[in-house]
Design a protein around this ligand. Sequence first.
Ligand code: HEC
Length: 139
Amino acid sequence: MMKKCLLVALPLLAMTMLSLAAIGQVSKGKTRPLLTKQLMGGLVQPNCKNLGGGLKEAPADDKAWAALATNAALLNEAGHILMADGRCPDAEWAGAAKTLRECSEVVLAKIEAKDAEGAQGAFKAMTASCAACHKAHKK
Ligand code: HEC
């Protein structure tokens, strides 16, 4: 009887601990202080907003292109931060972070080629990563 209870209780305990760990990881990494909320509000959102706004019309000069390149590169970096410090809880998160990294790299390449239309297309694909991760993990 004891043995049977243990067999049931142990996996339950393990699952509870795993899900508790996952909750912690979503809102923050394991050792660094940066909250996911701060990462989103301070880095991801402003760069996404500038990039999307700046690509609506072809950038006017080299300075404007360079500013958009900065936005795309920082969004790419955010895709790495999302996977660092034990923050990632599951495959959905990892997949969205990968989309963010890969599409922001394409955006950057199109910006370097001064291809505003191409950059806009890749930007749209990139924003699918925001929606995918938020649907699964943003309360
Ligand atoms: C891999 C997951 C993931 C990706 C990708 C992601 N987010 Fe988030 N985002 C979150 C989570 C989780 C929260 C909720 C954080 C919390 O409140 O603890 C959040 C919250 C936010 C918030 C609210 C911040 C606040 O102050 O409450 C904004 C704005 C945001 N994200 C913008 C974006 C944009 C724009 C993108 C795409 C460029 C994006 N996010 C991509 C996971 C992600």
